[in-house]
Design a protein around this ligand. Structure first.
Ligand code: PNS
Length: 167
């Protein structure tokens, strides 16, 4: 039987415990799961792509079937290159659904051989998003427990660096 490879695509700016939860679930379900960071030149991210790759690699060091990679262009083309038959996406609330449905159906139209599988994160992470995490940290709040410890430390370093630059 062929190994089932799943792609978990996203911006991961930064990786949250909600993402980690979904990756854990995926790693139990599929033979291999590839965390695929989108290289998107248009957005202004907080963390560079190499920083985000390093953070993800650090969090998943020692996880035999979790890989961290980057991609650009169409996700379905990348999935084909990785010989992946599944795209994993997390669904937190109904508000995620419309955007996710559009992407899943567009991806199915582009490549009907790749199936999108939605997974719900554990309840404590249903309201966690990278955007809110960045906002809370920028405004001086704590995100402890909502992101991996290494990510929290890097967020604090970034904030300090920005404040020093502004001073
Ligand atoms: O973390 P995000 O920003 O919600 O992830 C969005 C992502 C990376 C899954 C999406 O933007 C994507 O797949 N981009 C690649 C370009 C592509 O294939 N577009 C058509 C998909 S409908």
């Amino acid at each position: 039987m062929k190994d089932v490879v799943a792609i978990y695509p996203g911006s991961f700016d930064p990786l949250t415990n909600g993402h980690v939860d979904i990756i854990q679930r995926g790693s139990r379900l599929f033979d291999r799961i590839v965390i695929a960071l989108l290289v998107n030149l248009e957005k202004a991210p907080l963390f560079t792509v190499p920083e985000r790759v390093d953070l993800a690699r650090e969090v998943f060091r020692g996880w035999a079937n979790v890989e961290v990679d980057t991609f650009d262009g169409l996700l379905v083309d990348y999935a084909r290159r990785k010989d992946a038959s599944v795209i994993v996406r997390g669904l937190r609330a109904v508000s995620d659904f419309e955007y996710e449905l559009q992407m899943a159906l567009m991806n199915r139209r582009l490549n009907p051989d790749v199936e999108t599988v939605f997974m719900m994160p554990a309840e404590p992470y249903t309201y966690v998003s990278s955007r809110l995490v960045k906002e809370v940290v920028a405004l001086g709040g704590s995100v402890r427990g909502l992101v991996p410890d290494s990510v929290e430390a890097r967020l604090r370093e970034k904030k300090l660096a920005r404040e020093t630059l502004r001073a």
